[in-house]
Write a protein that binds this ligand. Structure first.
Ligand code: BGP
Length: 472
């Protein structure tokens, strides 16, 4: 038992959920800047005066990253995952030349990450794109985005190639189905019927697959030492009963996600999606070379987020959330106030299934507990007693350790939201994941003060022990 010597312990955030400074440094508005209540809400028509948009200030990482990364160093992290805001580099996506100030920001950020003893793991597009691209082209539904993304990738790979070894193309690409605006910049609310909606979704996915393959190719040609991973959301899904219909419905739900990783890891459209598209009347517009490109440029590793599990009952509608698909509650599991069921063994199962399916290295790019934390005053000091978070991590770490003991190659574990950030799902601040509390509420009030929670010292020690929880 135990974790490999070079295991990458760390934390993960996304630019739009922590940076703020939405109009500074030459940045253009991004799709997240017009959302008030997270990825399931509809964007407002442009930025409306007087309305509150959580991404505009977020937790001000843009100005406070040095302070925050110092805390990450104290946690003994080896890796820090963040994303590049596309609209910091190309404010509308259309410019011929990149915005130097945006590039400089990430130059400094990546330097700081290194100087704090961590490797950056960089998502090229984490639930965002320049707003202009969504409005003009309906996001990834249009093929026009492929060369624009290629240009953006070439810029960041050229500029940061020496500083960044680990790359991811799109965050949770399989959420194009359930949160199409955030994941692909498409407005399915503008589709006139279900068939049109499905057409948009699959077309966007196809264009993103081509863009992903081009990014992989570019990375391999330009940076032979670097790795380009893909990133999906994989929650655990179980049949609600042993009824064969429930088992089959579960399989179909899993295939909705496997579709994405099959294309990017195996390099071909799986048979089950071809059939599904045919039945839904989807006709993909593609170019001759697309399939060859996809076949020849598969990702180097598979990263994924895992928060919880759910159960599937045939005939009962499922919904999609940031934590993955949601069906019926499992009576054997505890549930958070946000309805997420805590299931460490589910993580072990997902790791085994993914390794079995692809046989390539896995990276846990997100895992964590969103909870309502309370600040209490003790001997004149602000304290946050978050034992529930310690318990959650402890149990998930043990599950990962067991999977590693089974022979699965896990590259690392990035805890989601190591300091409190804006929730992607709802736009709230009060759904907190951090080891560091940030004083800000759902309406945007607060001093932005950073306060260590009890879990901070525990996590720092766990990482220092390379995950040896027995010695804690
Ligand atoms: C994932 C996203 C993240 C993140 C996380 C937690 O789906 O990749 O951006 O926020 O879920 O979700 P939430 O913020 O809704 O609690």
């Amino acid at each position: 038992m135990g974790f490999p010597e070079n295991f990458l312990w760390g934390g993960a955030v996304a630019a739009n959920q922590c940076e703020g400074a939405w109009r500074e440094g030459g940045k253009g508005p991004s799709i997240m800047d017009v959302l008030q209540h997270g990825v399931h809400s509809l964007p407002t028509e442009g930025i409306q005066p007087g309305l509150y948009y959580p991404s505009h200030e977020s937790v001000d990482f843009y100005h406070r990253y040095r302070e925050d990364l110092k805390l990450m160093e104290e946690l003994n992290f080896k890796v820090f995952r963040t994303s590049i805001g596309w609209s910091r580099i190309y404010p509308t996506g259309m410019e011929k030349e990149p915005n130097e100030e945006g590039l400089r920001f990430y130059d400094n950020l990546f330097d700081e990450i290194h100087s704090r003893g961590m490797e950056p793991l960089v998502t090229i597009s984490h639930f965002e794109m320049p707003l202009y691209l969504s409005e003009r082209y309906n996001g990834w539904e249009s093929r026009e985005l492929i060369p624009l993304f290629e240009k953006y990738c070439r810029t960041v790979l050229t500029r940061f190639g020496k500083k960044v070894k680990y790359w991811l193309t799109f965050n949770e690409i399989n959420n194009v189905h359930t949160m199409p605006y955030a994941a692909a910049g498409i407005r399915i609310d503008r589709a006139s019927n279900k068939a049109e909606e499905q057409q948009m979704i699959y077309q966007a996915a196809h264009n993103m697959f081509v863009a992903n393959a081009k990014a992989v190719k570019m990375c391999h040609e330009m940076l032979p030492e670097a790795l380009m991973g893909c990133m999906l959301s994989f929650s655990g899904v179980y049949p609600n009963s042993s009824r064969p219909e429930d088992v089959h419905a579960t399989m179909e739900i899993e295939e909705r996600s496997y579709f994405f990783s099959d294309v990017m890891m195996r390099g071909a459209y799986p048979w089950y999606t071809r059939k599904l598209m045919e039945r839904q009347g989807v006709q993909l517009r593609m170019e001759q070379k697309d399939l060859e490109l996809i076949r020849e440029n598969t990702n180097d590793f598979l990263s994924f987020s895992y928060y919880r599990s759910t159960t599937i009952k045939d005939g009962v509608m499922t919904t999609g959330h940031t934590g993955g698909v949601k069906g019926i509650d499992n009576p054997y599991l505890d549930t958070t106030p946000w309805g997420w069921q805590i299931d460490p063994t589910g993580l072990r199962i997902v790791l085994e299934k993914l390794y079995d399916r692809y046989g390539k290295k896995l990276f846990i790019a997100e895992n964590g507990l969103g909870a309502r934390d309370e600040v209490v005053m003790e001997q004149g000091e602000k304290r946050i007693h978050d034992n529930y978070r310690i318990d959650y991590i402890h149990r998930h770490i043990r599950a990962i350790e067991e999977a590693i003991a089974d022979g699965i190659e896990v590259m690392g574990y990035a805890y989601w939201g190591p300091f409190d950030i804006v929730s992607a799902g709802t736009g709230e601040m009060e759904k907190r994941y951090g080891f560091v509390y940030i004083d800000k509420d759902n309406e945007g009030n607060g001093s932005l003060e950073r306060i260590k929670k009890d879990s901070f010292a525990w996590m720092a020690r766990l990482v220092d022990l390379n995950g040896d929880w027995r010695s804690l």
